[in-house]
Ligand binder design. Structure first.
Ligand code: ZN
Length: 162
């Protein structure tokens, strides 16, 4: 079956430099003498903020799997909390949580690909006349599983007359 792997959770925020009273110190240039601070100018720009790893406790670092039963959920919640906090800042115009997603087959670990409606109808790309849109293409087990779930006749893997 199709499994989803998520990695590189991040928060992307859009900074609006033109917002009244946004100073360079708001971007983390702390400790500036007031004469050395200044008002931001320019068009809105995006910043990407990578969250601290779940297993990173400062001095001690552990694998994410060791400290969480729900790594994706915990990263999502952490990123959403970060985003909510940033959005309360006046110079943050908008923001979103992003993650890289990759779909793989639980049987063969290949990248998950499915037949399109056109490929399912095409004898050069389908398995047999029972192929349908969404049928996986990576391995026999995935195809068998897909068909079993839907009550579709199984392919004749042994070859010969069906
Ligand atoms: Zn597979």
């Amino acid at each position: 079956m199709k499994t989803t792997h998520r990695d590189n959770w991040r928060v992307v925020i859009s900074i609006n430099p033109q917002y009244t009273h946004v100073r360079i110190s708001a971007l983390g240039f702390t400790g500036l003498d007031s004469d050395l601070d200044g008002t931001l100018a320019g068009t809105p720009f995006e910043l990407t903020v990578v969250p601290r790893r779940l297993g990173d406790f400062g001095g001690v670092s552990m694998g994410d799997q060791l400290v969480s039963n729900d790594v994706d959920g915990d990263y999502r919640r952490r990123c959403e909390q970060m985003l909510a906090a940033y959005l309360r800042e006046p110079h943050v115009r908008s923001g979103r949580v992003e993650v890289d997603e990759e779909h793989r087959c639980s049987h063969c670990d290949m990248r998950w690909e499915e037949l399109t409606a056109a490929e399912a109808a095409d004898d050069s790309t389908n398995i047999d006349a029972h192929s349908s849109e969404g049928e996986p293409v990576c391995c026999d087990k995935a195809i068998d599983e897909f068909r079993a779930e839907r009550g579709i006749p199984m392919p004749n893997w042994a070859g010969g007359a069906a």
